[in-house]
Design a protein around this ligand. Sequence first.
Ligand code: ADP
Length: 682
Amino acid sequence: MMDPRHAILFEPVAIGPKTLPNRFYQVPHASGFGSAKPLTQAAFRGIKAAGGWGGVCVEYAPVSADADEEPHVAAYLQDDRDATALGLTADAIHEHGSLAGMELYHGGNSSKNVASRHTRIAPSARTAEIHWGSAAREMSVADIARIQSDFVRGARLARDAGFDIIYVYGAHGYLLTQFLSPWHNVRHDSYGGTLANRARFALETLELVRDAVGADCAIATRICLDGRQGVKGVRVEEMLPFIQMAEPLVDLFDVTVGSWPEDSGTSRYFPEGHQLSWTSQVRQATSKPIVGVGRYTNPDQMAALISSGEFDLIGAARPAIADPFLPRKIAEGRLADIRECTGSNVCILKEEDFRHVGCIQNPTAGEEFRRGWHPERVDPTPDPQRSVLVVGAGPAGMECSLTLARRGFDAVHLVDAEDELGGRLRWTRRLPTLGDWGRITDWRRTQLDGLDNVQVITGRRLTADEVLEYGADIVILATGSHWSSDGTQPGTRKVITDAAGSLTPERVMAGERPSGQRVAVYDCDGYYVAPGIAELLAGEGYDVHLVTPESVVSPMSDGTLEGPMLRQHLHDLGIHQHTGVTLRSRTAQSVGGETSFGDTWELAVDDLVLVTHQVPDDGIHRALLADADRLRESGIGAVHLIGDAVSPRWISEAIFEGHRLAREIDLADPTFPAPMRRDLPV
Ligand code: ADP
């Protein structure tokens, strides 16, 4: 039953000619699907509508040929074929009574245009960034008219495809913002100079789109306020008057802060709702509905935000990926079931770098179409009497046990050597800034506790013999991995001589400390572990040197939008960053190696922490398979290996594998994933 304090979240909200059924709104966000994977897109967004999001949007939709985003994937909306493809998504959203939003877009000087070879256009000949090898040219008045008519064409296509909310996308420094920005826009005609002139392009475009489709659709705009890092020159002092100018033309203001890394700030560096100090200012400029994000997962916080009048809708991208059914769970009073976003930005890493969104918390995200996975439903097993033993309660083992239990297996035993569940997350969540990653363990623990058919046994390390004698029909080994201390480096295939005895992340997290004040943390992993250990030790007063063969510290953090912040943060903590260095040797007083240019490199240190690579702990698996007769006699019908014990990977992938095996365990050979459906052009 819903808590009456949350009823305010389920009030309908009128936006122009349309009415949202509630205040839950999945704001536009990239997925890697665009109009290129239309069935994947439709299934991905449709699930959110099914989960209770009253408004569901697709990602940016370039309206013009010179808004070419390749190699990134966008929801191109330029002709009938695009509209047919994206119309499937509108239909999928409508099936559940929600409204569908389309975010019409032109990137101006930040569009890539490398694949299309179009010249970038901009209010003035100023580039967004030194990147992609292409400068921008100043838009002529004919260009302005062309782009505006492209927005109108896009709006008509979107309306005819069934979309209810049509955005004119202005935020994040794209074309509309570039016109508003006195830094980007140094024109001398009626589109440059005063704020009224710089606002002209946006206001005219909004008016044209409104004239074309405003009777049928709600008109939204996405705007951004400074934020800590500014918005390419548009100050809040000018943004608020602009909002007042735009108000008559707009049915919904979607408000964000300046730069994307800040807007989609990770839990490492930004608390929930951190944007509010900027976005809450919008209310003073308009009485029209406002939506904003804040990585909100707590309904009390959401209700307070609505009651305060600062926002009318609770916007979400990442929390809706982590739990598409978040609104439904609030409606049903099932708050403990909410799978809270960790704020790790693995979704962004996957979407941006690999062009297919995924989630560390929700293994079904992005798998709705190709694997047919529903975030809340699993098929019951046809053979529930088989008993299952899962060894290892890390992310893979916990997810696998949970999913098997949800599939109705009568008896699932999850056994771990340690007293606390979570595997590597036991210590990862204790690294500075990574506390919210603990939600991965906490959610699964709560879910496991709610199921009668799972027994969680902690503090018991099983041997291969004990596994054979356990009496299970199916054995799943999720025994994880450990960090190597042998000094080998898989990437460079070089060996650090005399590295044996060096510390590893697990040993540091178990309480061991460097033998002296100066310590090198050597990182070949490139993500969060080495910076986390470095920060921990620096916080305790050690003189920490983070050494890596990579050209920057933690290159993976660039994919999660954290890279520059992380490196600044380490710098501010006094951690020395040595890049492009491959270690080759260690003595009691130093580490030595070579730079990427071949020069000799040496550093005096008292101790070394190796974050080189992880080694699978697959001993039980090997032992079971080594004696086929004994395995047969034990009555065990199947043995599976999952997670890091197969191959050490990101937490998201270990969870995915645990989930996949549980879904597919009834197949003839579930070792290898079942075929996926490929998306087809419409
Ligand atoms: P993954 O990410 O693949 O889930 P983790 O390393 O996070 O792997 O977790 C593996 C878990 O398996 C750890 O909690 C560890 O204590 C447990 N484990 C490993 N070997 C055994 C064993 N022989 N008996 C019980 N638990 C084990």
